[in-house]
Design a binder for this molecule. Structure first.
Ligand code: UD1
Length: 416
């Protein structure tokens, strides 16, 4: 199995280009089902999760071709057969196909999705929303089936602003009769991007990116071309790479307004941030101080940056409290960081981190995607060699992270 080996202690310098957002591209590919036409997704990141969702659509007879980083998807000949179960089990985002398949074919059955190891990750909010639009839901033996001879617009209040549920309900509502209003919707930039893509196809979605989204049902959509937004979590990860190595780097492809809480926390920590035309210069050459972090739905501090910030806090002398409110089991990286000498105590959803002078390189395991990134970051700052195992998690969400870090001056390689 492949692993990433990092020799710590090297400063970073230069520039890094951020890819487009996995969390935008996945629902956008799912939304292409809606139009039954040809779409082009420009400049998509070449990631394992993108391959998985493309293969899922192919298993239902979509025609998909890659031309470099552009993906051409023709969903005209798709059929509502059960998608490949093994592929569905590979990632949580495979459930994104439920909303558009139900909207287009009025009946869809799929195995339950898989995904990262960070919590129980139920789909009750997705199903509640689909039921509110008139779908009949049946579940059993690891499968879920939704049928709806006719979908009708309705008011859907989400008990929690779930990203996936917001996206699924939004897609399901596209051809529903009348208007659907999603209240307490997730407001992540990737939802705004998905709505922009659907609106380019002829949809009528208003308010995506806020907590109230109105979807006015339309009769049909047409193909379009779309370039997804940059990946704010990849950008944030490189910001922390600069901070943890006390370096100065330029990150191209950051929309600062998408990263407000991460930028604010890094500034509070002592990192100097300078905006450029296309990105940001991150300068962490001054002394840093510990900060407290609490993850929240957007526009709060993203849970997808919690692990990386924990690595940083492990290297900043003093105490910081990290509170995880979005997922119930998202501290698995803490025990791996402890192998590297980190001083972390977990009390329920709170991690108490006592920063130390130097982490020490060790053999560790990536328990999930962002945990893997956090361990690589820790390795950049640690004394000696860190070997990160189970890096297939990383390949789901970062395009060649080790090559990008190497170009910035890190001593890092992928081996078997
Ligand atoms: C998306 C992101 C993921 C990110 C997460 C939170 C994608 C592909 N993935 O995941 O990177 O970490 O948002 O920002 O966009 N919940 C329920 N019932 C549901 C759905 C969710 O209780 O039906 C709970 C989850 O268990 C979790 C919380 O809501 O505790 C947030 O989950 P959600 O926002 O749905 O995350 P995802 O869409 O799975």
């Amino acid at each position: 199995m492949e692993k990433i080996v990092v020799k710590g202690g090297y400063k970073l310098s230069g520039e890094v280009n951020i890819d487009t957002a996995k969390n935008s591209v996945l629902p956008i590919i799912a939304a292409s089902i809606l139009c039954g036409d040809r779409c082009c997704i420009k400049n998509s990141p070449r990631l394992e999760d993108v391959n998985v969702i493309c293969n899922l659509l192919r298993s239902m007879k979509a025609d998909i071709e890659f031309d470099g980083n552009d993906i051409y998807i023709n969903t005209r000949n798709m059929v509502p057969i059960e998608p490949n179960k093994e592929l569905v089990g590979k990632m949580r985002a495979s459930f994104f196909i439920m909303g558009p398949m139900l909207a287009r074919f009025r009946r869809f059955k799929t195995a339950l999705p898989g995904g990262c190891n960070i919590g129980s990750r139920p789909i009750d909010l997705h199903l509640k929303g689909l039921a509110a639009l008139g779908a009949t839901i049946t579940q059993g033996h690891g499968y879920v089936e939704a049928t709806a001879p006719k979908l009708k617009g309705n008011r859907v209040y989400l008990d929690f602003p779930s990203v996936g549920a917001t996206e699924n309900i939004l897609m399901a509502a596209i051809f529903a009769e009348g208007e659907t209003i999603i209240e307490n919707a997730a407001a992540e930039p990737e939802i705004e991007d998905l709505a922009a893509f659907i609106n380019y196809m002829g949809g009528k979605i208003i308010g995506a990116g806020t907590d109230t989204i109105n979807i006015i049902g339309v009769n049909s959509l047409h193909g379009t071309t779309h370039t997804p937004i940059y990946d704010r979590i990849e950008a944030g990860t490189f910001m922390v790479a600069a901070a943890i190595t006390r370096s100065k780097i330029k990150i191209n492809g950051v929309k600062q307004e998408h990263l407000k809480p991460v930028v604010a926390k890094l500034k509070e920590c002592g990192v100097i941030m300078e905006t450029t035309d296309n990105g940001i210069i991150v300068n962490a050459t001054e002394e840093l101080c510990p900060v407290d972090i609490k993850t929240m739905p957007y526009p709060g501090f993203p849970t997808d940056m919690q692990a990386q910030m924990m690595s940083l806090m492990c290297t900043v002398p003093g105490t910081s409290l990290i509170t995880e409110t979005v997922f119930e089991n998202r501290f698995m990286h803490a025990s791996e960081l402890k192998r590297m000498g980190a001083n972390i105590k977990i009390d329920g959803r709170i991690a108490i981190v006592e920063g130390i002078e130097k982490l020490s390189g060790a053999e560790v395991k990536a328990s999930d995607l962002r945990a893997g990134a956090a361990l690589i970051l820790a390795g950049l700052a640690a004394d000696g060699i860190t070997t990160v195992n189970d890096i297939y998690h990383l390949d789901r969400g970062y395009v060649e992270i080790e090559k990008k870090l190497k170009k910035l001056g890190a001593e890092i390689k992928r081996t078997i």
